[in-house]
Design a protein around this ligand. Sequence first.
Ligand code: GDP
Length: 194
Amino acid sequence: MKVHQVELVISAVRPDQYPEGDLPEFALAGRSNVGKSSFINKMIGRNSMARISSKPGKTQTLNFYKIEETLYYVDVPGYGYAKVSKKEREAWGKMIETYITSRDQLRAVILIVDLRHPPSNDDVMMYDFLKHYGIPCIIIATKADKIPKSKWQKHLKVTRESLNLAEGDELIMFSSETGLGKDKAWDAIKSFYR
Ligand code: GDP
């Protein structure tokens, strides 16, 4: 998909701030620094859309990016940042839980993990949490350019097994450097609203 129009419509913390309308929404989740911003920038063909992730520890919001009057990417603040207080972590958890459990427009969560390493405990917890609520997931294993091609399959297997990937959830190898997986990722997203 060639994207011409991207608009940050709102940074929301409460349901009454979520945008109106019924465009399909895809939430992006992943630990801080995993490559979430790079993923979305690659997907929409921008070098630097307004910086996506808010700085760790800062006010954390759900950022609704409207893409081409077609869908929303909902950027979820990154998790697993050690310096965040318990209180902030709880507020984060509540905000995500409220969104995920109450938002009809949410079609799937795009969970970004690092292909180089086994998913972290936080990644596994996030995935289990989404599965608990029956949310479809697309797993993006990014930074594939950082490991040799000969190891890709082995790393994919570790990712699949560590997450205990549910049937129907796609695992897509990705690189924001090379664009590997971009078309597959768009196909996976589109399969939820066509
Ligand atoms: P975020 O905090 O999850 O939004 O992470 P960023 O998108 O800011 O990426 C964190 C760091 O990883 C940056 O230095 C990126 O350049 C780098 N990075 C992200 N994706 C890739 C990738 O696919 N390949 C490589 N080589 N580096 C990446």
